[in-house]
Design a protein around this ligand. Sequence first.
Ligand code: PAF
Length: 284
Amino acid sequence: MEVIEQVSALRAIVGALRCGGKRIGFVPTMGALHEGHLQLLRASTRENDITICSVFVNPTQFNNASDYKLYPRTLEHDISLLQTVGCNYLFAPSAEEIYPQQSVLQFSFGALEAVMEGEHRPGHFNGVATVVSKLFHVVQPHKAYFGQKDLQQVAIVRQLVQALSFDLELVCFPTVREADGLAMSSRNKRLSDAQRQLAPQLYKALQLAAAELQQKPIETIKNELAQQLHQSSEIRLEYFEVVDALTLQPLEKISGQDEVALCIAAFVGEVRLIDNMLVNLKES
Ligand code: PAF
């Protein structure tokens, strides 16, 4: 695997690969790779001739300076993991390489960014859209792989791809979980042992809410879920929403949706975790 730090070097490689008719799969990440990323990478190596992974902790998508500073950075370990899954190129640029000038780009995603992560992390999706656009321009992938754990991010990137006519296929991969249900996330590395024991409560809350969705009003489920999580003083619920799976707009009651998503964000100690679950109402 070749490690590339310069945009110009990657452009030259991608140009030659595309001229040679190679199909490129791309897995954008912020590093601290885990099994969730590795599953995206394995899918990419299966489905494409060449796989490019990026590791870049993107400063413009953090609305909290300490979250950016404390975000785990494990490049050497990431490189050894990438070699085990047959990744061909790692793009690991510096912040100056991606942002030679301060970015003043403004994206607007309408209703989609007014809720949940967009509402609670102002500017977050603007930063995501900026860096993903830059990466797509440089990497020019045929397929790009994202995890369902960041469900709203996938919807934002889907809208971005349509709005800017990026010629690529977006692949959304199911969330990969630890044995106790905790969604895999680079941020899990920041949990203390005691917090790690508590963190699966988020998934348990989603499971309980899913089981009760057809029996109780959404408001009641929300109240019960908040009460249940707040039994631990280490957990602070930021939001729990039942949303339409297509529009991601919060619902007050179920009315004819085929599928909804249960979405949660909570602090466990100082670490902010998110998770979600898709519920097919036609089947239940
Ligand atoms: O999901 C992530 O890791 C990041 O938001 C992404 C897509 C790599 C953009 O920085």
